[in-house]
Design a protein around this ligand. Structure first.
Ligand code: AMP
Ligand code: MG
Length: 424
């Protein structure tokens, strides 16, 4: 399917006033998933995407065991009324279980993690008991039958999926895999993402700043956001606004990367060659998205040397780059990596000031989200919201998302905020 065909499947698709949700829907349909699988050592699997279900080969825990330091007993031996008095038959430790038999009316002193002796099903914590000679006295209601026992397989049952394909592996998963003695893990290969900046006014660190020029900051914010996603990066620098240089950059990127991200040169009335070269080399749509910041954006596919790369042509303004990345690119790259269902969260917070908002577009204002002393979240807007003011993004820890149909916000109203710091 070419891009126009994909677009025709989406109700209400209008490239000149595209709703954010429609753009997201389009991108989700467009992007392919990495297929190649590699096997990596357990520790190296952190942040990677699991490529196959992991079925537990064992029960974890392997035996019923005690959840407390105390005395293991038969629930049936507990007195209906009054104290229960049991004779201590021995002691069981974690890793050194009590091997003897336990006749009725007896119990075993037991430590946390020690295997429950056969027939015993309940543990009374030590602090609820008192000892009298070689007997233990348990007051009424200290424990019910079955209490404080961890059952065989209650963490992971043998033969059941412990982790599912498509999971982004986190620290708890490493521990879980270790508890199954998995030394190696099948993961999808890392996504390769090439990126470059376009614009004749851009200078790189180390170069003098000529009249009318700016230093290229987009490549660094993109580097940071991509690095956090755990993709392989191909930084192609600043590309001059010159047809051959642009064509070479797009072709080189498309030949080796799964995704190519550019910034700049996609707005209407651009004097440069970027759009023309994109169109010439690939199947590319130029959008005007009903959003602010980040209205112009190109999306497409460029094939080169048997490789198919997805193109994200982001706007040039430094804030717009980050906002479009969080709104579209981040989820798309996750999906391409084989992981899904991990969008940035949206939380509700009280806005400290009034905000002006026109219905008919999605606005992303930069905010500082904090917790108020009495509990609820609140969000304050970070000063001037111009799409060139990167400081507004640097100070912020979240984006206030003012949805498509939403209007003005009064001070104290609840708004939705997408935190982008302190979350993976
Ligand atoms: P454009 O989308 O190319 O029209 O660029 C919009 C604005 O963003 C212009 O003011 C550019 O100078 C600025 N800009 C474009 N690319 C970058 C970049 N890589 N770093 C900093 N500013 C940029
Ligand atoms: Mg430009």
């Amino acid at each position: 399917m070419n891009l126009e065909q994909i677009a025709s499947c989406i109700a209400g698709y209008d490239p000149n006033a595209l709703r954010v949700d429609k753009a997201q829907e389009f991108i989700a349909r467009l992007v392919p998933r990495v297929q190649a699988v590699e096997h990596v050592a357990l520790r190296s699997a952190l942040g990677r995407v699991l490529a196959a279900d992991v079925i537990s080969p064992i029960d974890v825990p392997a035996h019923d065991n005690s959840a407390m330091d105390g005395f293991a007993l038969r629930g049936a031996d507990l007195a209906r009324e009054g104290d229960t008095r049991l004779t201590v038959a021995g002691t069981g430790y974690a890793g050194a279980q009590f091997a003897g038999s336990v006749p009725a009316g007896h119990c075993v002193r037991i430590m946390t993690g020690a295997v429950m002796p056969p027939g015993l099903d309940t543990v009374v914590p030590q602090e609820f008991t008192r000892t009298e000679g070689d007997a233990v006295v348990i007051p009424p209601k200290a424990v019910r039958p079955g209490d404080n026992r961890r059952c065989k397989g209650e963490d992971l049952a043998r033969g059941q999926p412990a982790l599912q394909r498509g999971r982004l592996i986190k620290p708890a998963d490493l521990g879980l895999l270790a508890s199954l003695a998995r030394a190696e893990v099948p993961v999808y290969r890392r996504l390769r993402v090439a990126f470059f900046s376009t614009g004749d006014e851009l200078r790189s660190i180390g170069e003098p700043l000529d009249e009318g020029c700016v230093y290229d900051s987009n490549r660094y914010t993109l580097y940071g956001m991509l690095q956090r996603l755990g993709v392989d990066l191909i930084d192609m620098g600043v590309v001059r606004d010159e047809p051959q240089a642009l064509a070479h950059a797009f072709e080189t990127a498309a030949a080796s990367a799964d995704a190519v991200i550019t910034s700049g040169g996609v707005s209407v009335g651009e004097a440069d060659h970027t759009k023309r070269i994109m169109k010439q080399l690939g199947d590319v749509l130029f959008w005007r998205i009903a959003m602010r910041p980040g209205r112009p954006m190109a999306i497409g596919r460029i094939a080169k040397g048997g490789n198919d790369a997805i193109l994200f042509g982001l706007p040039g303004n430094p804030v717009a780059v980050m906002v479009t990345f969080y709104a579209f690119v981040r989820d798309a790259l996750r999906r391409m990596s084989g992981a899904e269902g991990l969008p940035l969260p949206l939380l509700r917070a009280r806005c400290t000031t009034a905000l002006r908002k026109k219905p008919g577009r999605t606005e992303y204002q930069r905010g500082i989200v904090t917790r108020t002393p009495d509990g609820p979240w609140q969000v304050a807007i970070t000063g001037s919201q111009g799409s060139g003011i990167l400081r507004s993004m640097s100070e912020a820890n979240g984006l206030v998302v003012l949805h498509h149909d939403q209007g003005d916000v009064a001070a104290g109203d609840e708004v939705e905020v997408m935190p982008f710091e302190g979350v993976v």
